[in-house]
Design a protein around this ligand. Structure first.
Ligand SMILES: Cc1cc2nc3c(=O)[nH]c(=O)nc-3n(C[C@H](O)[C@H](O)[C@H](O)COP(=O)(O)OP(=O)(O)OC[C@H]3O[C@@H](n4cnc5c(N)ncnc54)[C@H](O)[C@@H]3O)c2cc1C
Length: 424
C-alpha cells in the first residue's frame, strides 16, 4: 500500500517507521523545513511510561483556581479567554465530572505506556539512533505530606498494573539523585526505574534520516491544504501547496494518517473528523551543564512548581507551565524567571543559566486527555494525534497500533479510551 503520513513530528516519524518496516510505501508531508521542529522540538525529554495520566482529572479541577491565581502557579489562562479556550475548558470539565472516567483513562494510558516501552526497545534495536538517551528512571518528588499521600495512592495502581516503582523517603531520594541531598522542602518521592530520557528533537531527526535512507519519501515545506474524495467518501488524494501557498500536484494514496499535532483539529474538519484538540502551551530552558555533580542524573518532577528537570547528556533542561493562550508564541520573561527560580531551588549551580536557550511549544491536547488513535469514519483516514503531554512517551506504541489497524491486524491493546469518535 502507499500510505501518506501528515506531519513529521515524533508521532508522524515513528508512524512512518512502523509502516515502512511492514513493507508499505510511505510518504511524509511536512509544512516545515525538517522533522521535529514543532511541539517535538524542546519538550521535557521524559519517556515516562509509568507516569502518564489524563488531562481531565477531578483533582486538577480542585487545584485549578489556586494554581491560576498564584503568581508563579503552573496554570495560566490568557485573559479574556477566547471562545475556543472556553469551549475546551467546558469539555474538560464535563469529562472530569464523569464518574470513573479518569481512572479508566489513566489505566488505559499506563497500559499504552508499558506497551510503548516495549515498542521503543524494538525500535532502538532496529535503528541505532543518537539522541542523548538515558535509562536512569524518573523521580517524582513530594515536598509535603499531601503530595506524599497522593504518591502512595498512585503506587497502589502501579502495583496493580505491574509497573515497577519504589516509594522513597527524602534520604532515599538523595541516594537516587545525590544533587538533592539536603534539598528542602522534601518529604519523599517515588522512583519509576523503567522510565527514561532523551532529546525528542534529535530522536525525531535521526529516525527520519533512517526512514529516508530506507526509502520513505519526505516532502518538506509542503502543506496539506485539503482532500479529494471518491464517490464512496474515501479519501483519494491530498491537495498540497508550498509554504507560500502556491498549489502543487495532489498526492494520491491508498491510506492517510493524520499526525499533525495541534493542526489536527483544522485538518480533521477538512477530512470529516471532529477533533477538539487545543494547543496547551508550555516553556522550556535548555542550558549547558556547569557542574554535573549538582545536576540530576536522570529526570525529576518537582511538585512545588510543577516543573520537570531532565539531564540530556551534557545539558540540563527545565520545563513547565500549562497555559491556554491559543497559538501565541511569545515567551514572557516572568515564565523564564519562574523556571530559573525552580532550578536554583533544587539544582543550584548545576548549569550555565546565562547560556540558557528558551522555547515555547504547544501540547496537542484533547479535552479528556488520552490521545486519538484509530480509524476515521467511513474512509481510509487513520488518526494518530492529540497526544497532549505525553506524545514522545507514547509515540512508539501508537505508531505500532496504527500500523496494525491499517494492515487489518488485531491491535495489541484495547483502543476504547483512544476512540476518535468519542467527541461526538
Ligand atoms: C513544554 C512541553 C513539555 C513536554 N514534555 C514532554 C515529555 O517530557 N514527554 C513526552 O512524552 N511528551 C512531552 N510533551 C508533549 C510532546 O512534546 C508532544 O505530545 C509531541 O511532541 C507531539 O508530537 P506530534 O508529532 O503529535 O506533534 P508535532 O511535533 O507538533 O508535529 C506535528 C507536525 O505536523 C506538521 N503540520 C501541521 N500542519 C500541517 C499541514 N497542514 N501540512 C503539513 N504538515 C503539517 C507540523 O509542522 C509539525 O511538524 C511536552 C510538550 C510540551 C509543550
Amino acid at each position: 500500500m502507499h500510505i501518506v503520513v501528515i506531519g513529521a513530528g515524533v508521532v508522524g516519524v515513528t508512524t512512518a517507521h512502523a509502516l515502512q518496516q511492514r513493507g508499505h510505501r510511505v510518504t511524509v508531508v511536512e509544512c516545515l523545513a525538517a522533522a521535529g521542529l514543532e511541539t517535538s522540538r524542546a519538550n521535557a525529554g521524559q519517556r515516562s511510561y509509568g507516569y502518564v495520566y489524563p488531562w481531565a482529572s477531578p483533582a486538577m479541577l480542585k487545584k485549578a483556581l489556586p494554581w491560576l491565581v498564584k503568581r508563579d502557579g503552573p496554570l495560566k489562562l490568557k485573559l479574556p479567554p477566547s471562545p475556543h479556550a472556553l469551549r475546551f475548558l467546558a469539555a474538560t470539565w464535563r469529562f472530569a465530572q464523569q464518574p470513573g472516567l479518569f481512572e479508566a483513562n489513566k489505566r488505559a494510558m499506563l497500559r499504552l505506556g508499558a506497551y510503548s516501552r516495549q515498542c521503543f526497545e524494538a525500535l532502538e534495536e532496529d535503528a541505532t539512533l543518537d539522541f542523548d538517551a538515558g535509562q536512569g528512571g524518573l523521580v517524582d518528588l513530594a515536598s509535603d505530606v499531601e503530595s506524599l499521600k497522593a504518591l502512595q495512592v498512585n503506587a497502589g495502581l502501579l502495583g496493580e498494573l505491574g509497573i515497577a516503582h519504589q516509594l522513597m523517603t527524602a534520604a532515599e531520594v538523595a541516594e537516587r539523585e545525590p544533587a538533592l541531598a539536603g534539598s528542602q522542602p522534601l518529604v519523599g518521592g517515588i522512583w519509576l526505574p523503567g522510565d527514561g530520557t532523551g532529546d525528542c528533537h534529535r530522536f525525531t531527526q535521526a529516525l527520519a534520516a533512517v526512514c529516508a535512507a530506507r526509502g520513505v519519501d519526505f516532502l518538506f515545506e509542503t502543506q496539506v491544504t485539503g482532500a479529494e474524495r471518491d464517490g464512496g467518501g474515501h479519501l483519494r488524494a491530498l491537495t498540497l501547496a508550498t509554504r507560500d501557498g502556491e498549489a502543487l500536484e495532489p498526492l494520491a494514496a491508498d491510506a492517510f494518517v493524520l499526525c499533525a499535532g495541534t493542526a489536527s483539529q483544522r485538518l480533521g474538519e477538512m477530512f470529516g473528523a471532529r477533533l477538539p484538540i487545543y494547543p496547551v502551551k508550555g516553556y522550556s530552558l535548555t542550558m549547558p551543564l556547569r557542574d554535573a555533580a549538582r545536576a540530576p542524573r536522570s529526570t525529576v518532577i518537582d511538585d512545588r512548581y510543577k516543573v520537570v528537570f531532565t539531564r540530556l547528556g551534557e545539558r540540563l533542561r527545565v520545563t513547565g507551565f500549562v497555559e491556554l493562550a491559543e497559538h501565541d508564541r511569545q515567551i514572557p520573561e516572568q515564565r523564564l524567571e519562574t523556571l530559573l527560580h525552580a532550578v536554583a531551588s533544587r539544582f543550584d549551580g548545576a548549569a550555565d543559566v546565562e547560556r540558557a536557550e528558551s522555547w515555547a511549544g504547544f501540547r496537542p491536547m484533547t479535552p479528556d486527555g488520552p490521545p486519538v488513535i484509530g480509524e476515521g469514519k467511513r474512509n481510509n483516514l487513520f488518526l494518530n494525534t492529540g497526544h497532549g503531554t505525553f506524545g514522545w512517551t507514547l509515540s512508539a506504541a501508537s505508531a505500532q497500533l496504527i500500523a496494525q489497524l491499517i494492515d487489518g491486524d488485531k491491535p495489541a491493546l484495547a483502543l476504547e479510551a483512544f476512540r476518535p469518535g468519542r467527541f461526538g
